[in-house]
Write a protein that binds this ligand. Sequence first.
Ligand code: GAL
Length: 375
Amino acid sequence: MNMKQKLPSPLLALAVLLAIAICAAPTTAAVIRPGEVWLDTDGQPINAHGGGVLLHDGIYYWYGELKVGRTYLPGVNQKWGGTRVLAGGVSCYSSTNLNHWKKEGCVLPSNAENPDHDLACENVIERPKVLYNARTKKFVMWLHQDSPNYQAARSGVAISDKPTGPFEYLGSFRPNAGVWPVNVTPDDKLRAEKNFLARDFEGGQMARDMTLFVDDDSKAYQFYASENNSTMHVSLLTDDYLKPAGKYARIFPGRLMEAPAVFKRNAKYYLIASGCTGWDPNAARSAVADNIFGPWTELDNPCRGENAEKTFGAQSTFVLPVAGRPDIFIAMFDRWKKWDLQDSRHVWLPLEFDPEGRPTVRWQERWSLPLGGKQ
Ligand code: GAL
């Protein structure tokens, strides 16, 4: 007689149902509470703002601005209300399920000793993004490096042998010095007042808010808010991902977009971004393109639900494709606290597509992402 025969039949049915339910259930349900304080596995608030996520060897690495300390308004930013904390550097957390985040520490610290260093605490270190370069086997970080009044508008690059650092800072530059964009017009080349493209031709283009995107062919691109934030540029990187390759396009001219987040679905490129209102929220933007250099077609504000017209009080930073789930994307935003920047919150929401194929992000108090164990 075997075990099966010993069980009375209703109990057997229950046991079978239970077994099926257990097998079908995801091993991890990541409960995400947008805008609440998120704790790391040590029970400390996660501090990774304006960041992005890299998936490498089954582990997600979340990099962001380390914002610690008192928020102040530097005299040079009085007019426009550009509050600051001293730059802390770039933090990193790791996770296998997008729910439990282990603090890996500060992988690119700011420099407290040398006020002339790019990464001096008084300077700006924002919107870090990290890629893995399979050719060089290096992890490459790009970030927005700036002076306290945001007038330097440069891109900084750092590399590491490991995703958890330490990253070695290579320096900063204004991208694409001496190169016209692929879609330049004769008028764009004229030296006229407020023609930042022509003004900065020799010295390199202004680069503030930025993101990185790697295409299916491993080519990487930097998107940066340029021309004093009026126009975005999309710029191909060299094969080692360390420099601009010298091919770029102007996109969304005069549209004042920042906080770019780029992703690809079904051979189309999508961008989520914000308008330009500093730490204050505005209506998100979205756009689609068949070619990464454009033309890009603007779509509507992708946000839906309460406070959608202000992006749920937040600003985009990254769109994360969930590994092994071709149509699941997480839209990552920051809810900035202008007068207490270190307490700024993370707002992650599912990004879906409406029947017309437009990206939409619906507000949810809490939601869970079924992940089948290690991704
Ligand atoms: C925002 C930008 C942030 C930060 C802030 C400073 O517009 O997206 O990354 O630079 O301005 O006020």
